[in-house]
Design a protein around this ligand. Structure first.
Ligand code: NAD
Length: 476
């Protein structure tokens, strides 16, 4: 772990980094115990108060963020490999995610040196301003599905905003965060401004959230973990940013460009082996085209290349962990018992080369309605539930009948309908005739149980700052 610019290998706790494609152990990682959390917070608190960081001019701070991006790019293969061997994502996706993470550092370098304070309209003989200040010590807690992009998405704006960050990566994917710590130190970030503490949520994560000197939590992960963190935050009166789960509706009207839509539906659920918060996991198809869509999508799902993540042309790797596959198998089996129809998949691949990994086939499920457990619960795997709908009203009622509200997609040739439906969907993102387009420049977050607050965009830096009003009296 990285505390105050020093690498610490000793700890009472250890994590095993496991390769889900083979079941082999990559390496062991020291996990932070409670006293190490205390050390990390103390070092961050001291570092954030030092003039070297507090008074660092924005363009100089931006220079460090650029250097971190340079370091990530120069070490792209290493980052990609670390992620691939811990969460099993296919190589091309891992490489793309390093580029996306580096781009987030560049974007927030730009924001850091250009976003200013405001002079507010005066209502008397004074000059009033709003300035923005860091919270101080914040913690960033990340999941395993896209560790590098999530970590960059939090660490870059939090540093741009002037904070010290304690990064707690998922216990499944500790290694890219440690590499980020190494790159940040080499880029000239003062010791203690970024500490990296691998560990479990129950020990390391909980101790960080509870710590009295941690003044803000930025969390991405499951809804139940987010709820627990929000409960602690409520007691501490501490702000939180929560990016949580989803069960996003992907909608096909009968007038859609079906060929393009099917390719997008397949990518929207099967890329990353379905382990994406914005996975389009409920497919709503207008009745007139339901049969055709099921048929064509089944063909596409059957044709996907499920393989070792570094195999040439692999389109789906394993699930990120064995317990996660167990959970998905149980959900699909329960759905079968409850009467669901499996159009394709629903099992592990029958390929001896993949037998030691946590692989699972792309799965299409029908014969259930939107109230079924398989249509309501987040699966976070390559499992798509297909549900027919009658008309716009029926669609809106079903699509919004979900605890979640993260993302959604609409395929139609009628732009008026696209607009009407987009405005009525309860979701933080709506894609029209596209899916899973994500940009650091556009704020992102969830409605309902999918979260609180918005990351990304210029205002993303404000998540990590508090405003202060300053008045200069002008009398006399
Ligand atoms: P998780 O909630 O189990 O864990 C996420 C992180 O939180 C891990 O680092 C974990 O150690 C930590 N954690 C867990 N309980 C904690 C606690 N009580 N206190 C402090 N830290 C705690 O989630 P996961 O299984 O790693 O990730 C999958 C989930 O993440 C899915 O629900 C997915 O939808 C969600 N996700 C959301 C987004 C988004 O942007 N909305 C993006 C990616 C993933």
């Amino acid at each position: 772990m990285l505390i105050n610019g020093e690498w610490i290998e000793k700890s009472s706790q250890k994590l095993e980094s496991i390769n889900p494609a083979t079941g082999g152990v990559n390496h062991e990682v020291a996990a932070a115990d409670k006293s190490q959390v205390d050390d990390a917070v103390a070092s961050a608190k001291a570092a954030v108060a030092k003039p070297a960081w507090r008074n660092m001019l924005p363009h100089v701070r931006a220079g460090i963020l650029h250097k971190i991006a340079d370091g990530m790019t120069a070490n792209s293969e290493k980052f990609a490999r670390l992620q691939m061997m811990e969460n099993g994502k296919v190589w091309s996706e891992c490489v793309a995610q390093v580029a996306s993470a580096a781009a987030s550092f560049r974007y927030y370098a730009g924001v850091c040196e250009t976003l200013g304070s405001e002079v507010t309209p005066s209502r008397g003989n004074y000059l009033s301003m709003t300035v923005y200040e860091p919270y101080g010590v914040i913690t960033a807690i990340t999941p395993w599905n896209s560790p590098m992009t999530m970590e960059a998405q939090k660490v870059a704006p939090a540093l741009a905003g002037g904070n010290a960050v304690i990064l707690k990566p998922s216990e499944v994917t500790p290694s890219p965060a440690l590499e980020l710590g190494r790159i940040a130190l080499a880029a000239g970030l003062p010791p203690g401004i970024l500490n990296v503490l691998p560990g479990t949520g129950a020990v390391t994560g909980a101790a960080l959230v509870e710590h009295k000197d941690v003044r803000m939590v930025s969390f991405t992960g499951g809804t139940e973990s987010g709820r627990r963190i929000a409960e602690v935050a409520a007691r501490k009166l501490m702000p939180v940013g929560l990016e949580l789960g989803g069960k996003s509706p992907h909608i096909l009207f009968a007038d859609a460009d079906i060929k393009a839509a099917i390719a997008s539906v397949s990518g929207g659920i099967f890329e990353g082996t379905g382990q994406s918060c914005v996975a389009g996991s409920r497919l709503f198809v207008q009745k007139a085209i339901h049969e055709r869509v099921v048929e064509e999508l089944t063909k596409v799902a059957k044709s996907l290349k499920v393989d070792l993540p570094d195999a040439p042309g692999a389109q789906m790797g394993p699930l990120a962990s064995f317990p996660h596959r167990d959970k998905i198998e149980k959900m699909v089996n329960d759905a079968k018992l409850a009467g669901a129809r499996i159009f394709t998949g629903g099992t592990r691949p029958d390929d001896s080369r993949l037998a030691k990994g946590s692989f699972y086939l792309p799965t299409l499920i029908g014969g259930v309605d939107n109230r079924a457990a398989i249509a309501q619960q987040e699966i976070f795997g390559p499992v798509l539930v297909i549900i027919p709908f009658e008309d716009e009203e029926d669609l809106i009622a079903q699509a919004n009948d979900s605890a979640f509200g993260l993302a959604s997609g609409i395929w139609t040739a009628d732009y008026r309908r696209a607009w009407r439906v987009a405005r009525r969907l309860e979701a933080g993102t709506v894609w029209i005739n596209t899916y899973k387009q994500l940009s650091v420049a556009t704020p992102f977050g969830g409605f309902k149980d999918s979260g609180i607050g918005r990351e990304k965009g210029i205002s993303g830096v404000r998540l990590y700052q508090q405003s202060k009003g300053i008045y200069f009296g002008m009398e006399g």
